[in-house]
Design a protein around this ligand. Sequence first.
Ligand SMILES: [Fe+2]
Length: 280
Amino acid sequence: MAKLIAGVTTSHVPAIGAALDNGKSGEPYWQPVFKGYERSKQWIKDAKPDVIILVYNDHASAFSLEIIPTFALGCAEEFPPADEGWGPRKVPVVKGHPDLAWHIAQSVILDEFDLTIVNKMPVDHGLTVPMSLLYGQPAAWPVRVIPLCVNVIQYPPPTGHRCYMLGKAIRKAVESFDQDLRVVIFGTGGMSHQLQGPRAGLINSEFDARFLDAFASHPDKLVKIPHLEYMREAGSEGIELVMWLIARGALDDDAKEIYRFYHVPASNTAVGHMILENRA
Ligand SMILES: [Fe+2]
């Protein structure tokens, strides 16, 4: 049977991808960011997942205001990198896992979560930057990826509680799939940042630290945070943190914290990263 072994959370700042793609990862500004992921790269090499379920948000690359799915699961064979205005990133095409994706869709929808099924979708920096941070610059990604897009762009996004419960339904789906697969779930986005308006550039390291602490050991506290509190404390784009709660819901309550990294700023965003392993 498939096994959900661990969760990885990380910011998906687009400038990190640009720094890597343009050979700037060794520059003084970027070096501390990439250094913070060195241990993680070794961890994932050792963990050898077969499949990653990668929770992220699309930034008007695959979807627009014409269609706004709250949760969209990628069931295709592959997903090309999106053109976000400067041509697609020169990263490998993402290979999906249609059998597991369709199994998750069936299990989760019958558990009363109304997913949108997507059979064609380019994937933007929300997905490709976390892949680059954990795997570097390989010729092909050494893992299958099931994209799960969450609407955190247009009000109303899902609540943290809904995300957390979806994570639990995904765990159940994965562990009822009859192939021996090692599965890791990624929750991406955040941490505190605001890209526009009078508070553009906002970073709240105290909020981020509290969030990281609770994420590791008391996620029940986080599921109650209302949208307005994310807006007020973590900035308008801080709402992306609800996506971390999908990953957290898929993990054991007492999952073990393996690694944590926090750095400010990267571009105008607080970078947060954590790895948690299930105990069994
Ligand atoms: Fe984002």
